[in-house]
Write a protein that binds this ligand. Structure first.
Ligand code: SF4
Length: 476
């Protein structure tokens, strides 16, 4: 059987789909990225429901494949966050769906894909099963749903457990991969619906992560991106302490030439221990992604985020002074309910002081079921967009200034691809993360391979990208 996967949403979904691909592969089926032009026998859409726009995107994909199912008989499976949270509605709105599942449950989903499951609907919450049942009973004979029941913890809360070292099939052959060290979140940020879909913080056992990292490196990965909802809390549930520094030290003992890049560092738990481990391990990219969401004390309080602005700014200033080679990435939300001109100015002032090399900004999205959705003073979309554009304009200037300062420097670049039969290649230094930051265009007389690290002298720059001349190719 040919199984096609559609991966929507975040890097956690990418990893979950690689587990699924690995499990289905062990059952003797081929797994590929789903292509509408060559419909597979079965398609699985891993959905996202973080924001309204993501929900619409998920619905759009289901709609497209429902049509293909009618025309080509492709079995249609829908899994992930949207079906975790809105399963019954999706089953009602898309009767073409052959099976649906919530988050996690990798073995169960693989069984369903391979037509071994008895039910059309497995979910992580008995509540959903109940409401699905009711919805069905009102509309005629309902197949008995099978809640995923062999779990020792609360049955009414979703949870993403990696039960053992799962087989993984990478769908993207570029030299970077994601190592998801945990899923779920115990924070209660008022704008965020993730805990409603992913449940409580659940760390992946350290031995499983070591096995996965070795397999990724054996499979040609040269950059391991560490992801979760909050990587700083790794181990609190399983080892009863914040074990990220130890996990990183362990990962750095694996032989080979590669980078480890850190994402989703929660601002209030970027500890001195963690920074020391980054400093002591040259394998760890000099790159820290610390999503701050805002820099106004009063807005952070309404977001239920670490709102001690003074402490946050001190943490950022100490990184700047003690660790100047670090590239700092952050994310902001503008237009949060009640965000005044003065509060927005506090954000701009903080940005101007720290000069983040990398920055993403989102307009606040009113998500049903989140506390912030009920807050007064919801701002008009036009004002949100104006503030977002103002930030991006400032950020472009900061980024261009940083890029210009790179000219003349020699940077180590990971080669990701070759430009059509030419001496030009596309790569990234440890200051650029894949798909969200710029690239380094490298000219090299000597032939380079994807996955090579090369010393390259920066000869030109623009707002986000750099141009470089390969010095001496450093073969891995
Ligand atoms: S830290 Fe906050 S924003 Fe991030 S997943 Fe958890 S609740 Fe959501």
């Amino acid at each position: 059987m040919r199984v096609g996967l559609v991966t929507l949403g975040c890097d956690k979904n990418t990893v979950d789909n690689e587990y699924l691909a690995g499990l289905i592969g062990t059952k003797g089926h081929t797994v590929e990225i789903a292509d509408e032009k060559h419909p597979p026998d079965c398609v699985v859409i891993t959905t996202c429901a973080f924001l309204e726009v993501a929900k619409e995107q998920s619905r759009d994909q289901i709609r497209r494949w429902a049509r293909i199912r009618k025309d080509h008989g492709t079995r249609l499976g829908v899994i992930g966050c949207m079906s975790q949270r809105h399963g019954p509605e999706l089953m009602r709105d898309f009767p073409e769906i052959d099976f649906l599942a919530g988050v996690g449950q990798f073995d169960k989903v693989a069984e369903l894909v391979c037509g071994e499951g008895r039910s059309r609907f497995v979910t992580d919450t008995a509540e959903d099963a109940r409401s699905w049942n009711l919805a069905q009973q009102s509309g005629g004979d309902a197949p008995e749903p099978i809640p995923y029941d062999d779990r020792e913890f609360a049955t009414d809360a979703p949870r993403v457990i990696v039960p053992r070292t799962l087989p993984r099939q990478r769908m993207d052959r570029r030299p970077h991969g994601f190592l998801k060290i945990s899923d779920g979140c115990n924070h209660t940020c008022t704008f965020c619906s993730i805990p409603l879909m992913k449940g409580v913080y659940t760390s992946v056992p350290r031995q499983t992560l070591m096995d996965e990292a070795r397999r990724m490196l054996d499979d040609g990965v040269r950059e391991i991106n560490i992801v979760a909802q909050d990587i700083t809390k790794y181990g609190l549930d399983t080892e009863k302490r914040m074990a990220l520094p130890d996990l990183l030290n362990d990962l750095c003992t694996i032989g080979g030439d590669y980078w480890i890049r850190l994402f989703y560092l929660y601002p209030s738990t970027v500890t001195k221990d963690l920074l020391a481990v980054v400093r002591e391990n040259p394998k760890i990219a000099r790159y820290l992604d610390i999503p701050l969401q805002h820099l106004s004390e009063s807005v952070l309080k309404r977001m239920r985020r670490p709102h001690d602005r003074k402490r946050t700014m001190e943490m950022l200033r100490s990184i700047r002074s003690e660790f100047p080679e670090i590239t700092l990435r952050t994310t902001f939300i503008v237009g949060f309910p009640g965000e005044s001109g003065a509060e927005f100015q506090e954000l701009l002032d903080g940005m101007d002081e720290i000069k983040f090399e990398r920055l993403g900004v989102f307009t606040y999205s009113r998500e049903a079921g989140t506390p912030a959705a009920e807050l007064p003073n919801q701002l008009p979309e036009r004002m949100k967009k104006t503030r977002r554009d103002k930030i991006m304009k400032r950020q472009a200037a900061t980024s261009a200034e940083w890029a210009a300062a790179q000219v003349g420097c020699t940077r180590r670049v990971l080669i990701e691809g070759r430009v059509a039969e030419s001496d030009w290649y596309v790569g990234r230094s440890d200051s650029e993360a894949a798909d969200i930051d710029g690239v380094v265009r490298v000219h090299s007389a000597a032939k380079l391979n994807v996955g090579d690290f090369v010393e390259a002298k920066i000869v030109a720059s623009d707002v986000y990208d750099l141009t470089a001349e390969a010095a001496v190719p450093a073969r891995t």
